[in-house]
Design a protein around this ligand. Sequence first.
Ligand SMILES: CCCCC/C=C\C/C=C\CCCCCCCC(=O)SCCNC(=O)CCNC(=O)[C@H](O)C(C)(C)COP(=O)(O)OP(=O)(O)OC[C@H]1O[C@@H](n2cnc3c(N)ncnc32)[C@H](O)[C@@H]1OP(=O)(O)O
Ligand code: UBL
Length: 273
Amino acid sequence: MPAAQGTFPGRPARPAEGAAGRLSPTVNFALRIGFYCVLCLVCSALAAVACLLVNGGRTVKNMRIIRAVVRTFKYFFGLRFEVKGLENFKVEGPAIIVSNHQSVLDMMGLMEVLPDNCVQVGKKELMYMGSVGLIIYLGGVIFINRKSTSSAKMVMSEVAKTMVAENVKVWVYPEGTRNCTGDLLPFKKGAFHLAIQAQVPVIPVVYSSFTSFYNPKTKLFTSGKIKVEVLPPIETKGLTPDDVTDLTDRCFSTMRETLFRLSGRPSQAKDSS
Ligand SMILES: CCCCC/C=C\C/C=C\CCCCCCCC(=O)SCCNC(=O)CCNC(=O)[C@H](O)C(C)(C)COP(=O)(O)OP(=O)(O)OC[C@H]1O[C@@H](n2cnc3c(N)ncnc32)[C@H](O)[C@@H]1OP(=O)(O)O
Ligand SMILES: CCCCCCCC/C=C\CCCCCCCC(=O)OC[C@@H](O)COP(=O)(O)O
């Protein structure tokens, strides 16, 4: 049975165990992150076989298999998710989903709420992570080259056409990189160009800050609760490229306000420093 409250590996010691039973935060952090990576690598290899046998190759249908596997990971790390607003995913047809990106641990949060027929946009370097790269490829993830704006834009424009033709939702992390500060980085505009080009709604998803249980700088990684809110879709019908900045700013403000509320920091919602 999986450990319920972050008891494996490198769980914090109980007072009765004394100093001998305690692990330094650095060792605890390394063990838990190392275990996460091994879990991802091993499960990806096994899931890749299942994906090839069941679906035959690269297809978004493989995401169902990946989702089912990754949803079990939270039990090993004592993580709990409290999800609200899943009904907001029930829009007819394709949509762009945008969410905050804090850590590699986000894969657990992603799979907790991932709707069917939804692929993510990821940096191309992810392809080279061994079996994890293979499973990401098999899941249909759209790879972009962050070092080449023109090629990234070309890929995104192609996605605008295919997502409508194939009725697929696309999940983008608009911060463009991981950010575990408890705030949002300024949003890149690719997701919003994509939504307006395809004339599909944007659905923001916000995860509460990990900083109370996870902080790579201070080597903190314990059990914890993550609040997730799927916000109402923002329509883009009739919007033009001139509206991209407004749409980006609107999503950013709504998500930042939600991030602070979910993380118990309402007073900072208006502070843009
Ligand atoms: C079974 C076990 C499994 C174990 C593993 C578990 C799970 C794995 C399985 C699946 C899950 C996979 C999850 C993958 C997650 C991946 C996460 C990431 O990789 S995040 C990083 C990559 N993503 C992004 O970067 C997306 C956000 N970025 C953008 O949107 C960017 O805008 C960009 C399109 C990438 C371009 O970026 P760049 O920095 O080069 O340029 P700018 O953003 O500054 O834009 C310049 C300029 O161009 C305009 N622009 C942008 N896009 C467009 C467009 N499509 N069309 C037209 N114009 C565009 C932009 O507005 C700027 O102009 P201006 O300044 O005038 O506004
Ligand atoms: C043979 C090669 C072996 C490689 C071994 C790799 C070991 C890594 C194994 C598992 C790690 C699980 C990662 C799951 C995928 C995480 C996706 C992710 O979060 O990518 C980060 C990316 O969004 C932004 O990158 P940056 O913050 O800009 O950087």
